[in-house]
Design a protein around this ligand. Structure first.
Ligand SMILES: C[S@@+](CC[C@H](N)C(=O)[O-])C[C@H]1O[C@@H](n2cnc3c(N)ncnc32)[C@H](O)[C@@H]1O
Length: 249
């Protein structure tokens, strides 16, 4: 919430009660020099975007473990919400743009707070899936991140609405992957969330999965006790061979 003069307005006691800080550690004592933590402000009252979802914890750990790929890379996080993976990417030396739905200004405001709290510099950009503005055309990421962006399409939405949301996300994704050859989308998602649609949309948008991992397979055990669910990590790229074949037909 912002006051009229641009300063953050004082929070009501009810809002304060709903806000909590969580601290996320990366590295162990053996990783000399690389150990750090990221503090996230969470709002337990809200459902999406202001809460650290398990997929985000798993993707952030993967970013840390794969940090050599991120140093010096241009990274865009889609549907970033509390932005843990993007903040870790920035910590290990990536140039990061955090994005979320521009219709949800509270999420974008929250992202700025996360960056300030951790003294991390990231660009913040409203990016509703399937909608393009001039800033989006300037993004040329080497790596695109998305934690829990392929989320439950069938529980609280109609299948058709779920398809539209996924289709919009894939449209944005395909555009970003085409804007930078050899770029990759790294995502974590719950297996419950309509993965049949993911396969269909990958074919539709000329994408393919090049890596699929059980999200828990690379997590240190001390981080998994509070996590549950069947979470997968996928790396998705442009399927250039099939695109070329389609063009020839
Ligand atoms: C389940 S939350 C995941 C948040 C965060 N990545 C995490 O894992 O903690 C889904 C996120 O996608 C964003 N989102 C949903 N629909 C969107 C759209 N059409 N365009 C852009 N972002 C969207 C939401 O605002 C929310 O931050």
């Amino acid at each position: 919430m912002e006051a009229n003069d641009g300063e953050p307005a004082a929070k009501s006691p009810a809002e304060e009660e709903m806000t909590t800080l969580s601290r996320h550690h990366f590295g162990s004592s053996e990783d000399t020099g690389d150990v750090f933590s990221v503090t996230i402000i969470e709002n337990m009252k809200e459902e999406y975007g202001l809460f650290v979802w398990p997929c985000s914890i798993i993707l952030a750990e993967y970013v840390w473990q794969q940090r050599s790929r991120f140093t010096g890379a241009s990274v865009v996080e889609l549907g970033a919400g509390t932005s843990l993976p993007g903040l870790v990417a920035a910590k290990v030396g990536a140039d990061v743009t955090l994005t979320d739905d521009s219709n949800r200004s509270e999420v974008l405001t929250h992202m700025r707070r996360q960056c300030d709290l951790n003294d991390i510099k990231c660009k913040i950009h409203g990016l509703p899936w399937g909608v393009w503005d001039t800033q989006t055309f300037c993004l040329c990421p080497n790596i695109i991140l998305g934690a829990d962006v392929l989320y439950d399409s069938c529980v609280d939405m109609s299948i058709l609405h779920g398809y539209q949301a996924f289709d919009d996300l894939f449209a944005t994704l395909a555009f970003l992957l085409q804007s930078c050859p050899s770029s990759v989308f790294i995502t974590t998602y719950h297996n419950r969330s309509g993965h049949h649609l993911i396969g269909f949309l990958m074919v539709k948008w000329g994408l393919k999965c090049v890596k699929l991992l059980d999200g828990f397979s690379f997590m240190p055990s001390y981080k998994t006790s509070s996590l549950s669910g069947n979470i997968q990590l996928a790396e998705i790229v442009l399927d250039t061979a099939n695109r070329d074949e389609k063009k020839l037909m």
